[in-house]
Design a protein around this ligand. Sequence first.
Ligand SMILES: O=P(O)(O)OC[C@H]1O[C@H](OP(=O)(O)OP(=O)(O)O)[C@H](O)[C@@H]1O
Ligand SMILES: O=C(O)c1cc(=O)[nH]c(=O)[nH]1
Length: 215
Amino acid sequence: MDASTATVVAETLLSIEAVTLSPDKPFTWSSGLKSPIYCDNRLLLSYPEERKVVYEALAESIRSLNPDVIAGTATAGIPHAAWTAELLGLPMAYVRSSSKGHGKQNKIEGKIDPGSKVVIIEDLISTGGSAFQAAQAAEEAGAEIVGIAAIFTYELEASQKIIAEKPYPVTSLTTFSKLAKIAEKKGEITASQLDSLKQWQQSPETWNPAGERQA
Ligand SMILES: O=P(O)(O)OC[C@H]1O[C@H](OP(=O)(O)OP(=O)(O)O)[C@H](O)[C@@H]1O
Ligand SMILES: O=C(O)c1cc(=O)[nH]c(=O)[nH]1
């Protein structure tokens, strides 16, 4: 992503207070990892001007991939995919984390035809598990994944390894390092908080929250 988009999107997320720090009472992520930071991009839904900035950037970031369908990850990726698809005038679908237990038992809702070129839209990439399982489900339905696009990535080693193996581009509008640097510059976090966040980000699996003993 170009530097100005990464800056604008990071500033946008900070401006709507999408980012919360809680080093003493860590968040538990969907992967089970403990984290001193949580980025809630779902809050974009409530801010029409800010979401326009982000969805226009998402649309521009994938336009050249010439997708046939924009597919969101359930649940947080769904509205982002919907608005991006709207801007590009393209069909939209979404991928559940597991198949429905009733009705048509679908994992994919909306149409993804075999042979269609699909971009997966993800809210954010932590380990990448959610985005890649959605991509796999679309591939199993016969789609060709031409890219995954997220609003934000933590740039964790685990996700970077999987991304490097993929034949398609996996991009994020902004990153943990960009956002943390801007937050420090704006005085929203201290230099020592920035250092702690960087330490956590290097090794979230072994991170030991202040005052909390590991079993
Ligand atoms: O990269 P990963 O390790 O997979 O983590 C990121 C995923 O986790 C969050 O979803 P969550 O499970 O909280 O569900 P939601 O989308 O229904 O809010 C987030 O919205 C991403 O989809
Ligand atoms: O990995 C997650 O579950 C996760 C992290 C985060 O910062 N925000 C979020 O919505 N989910």
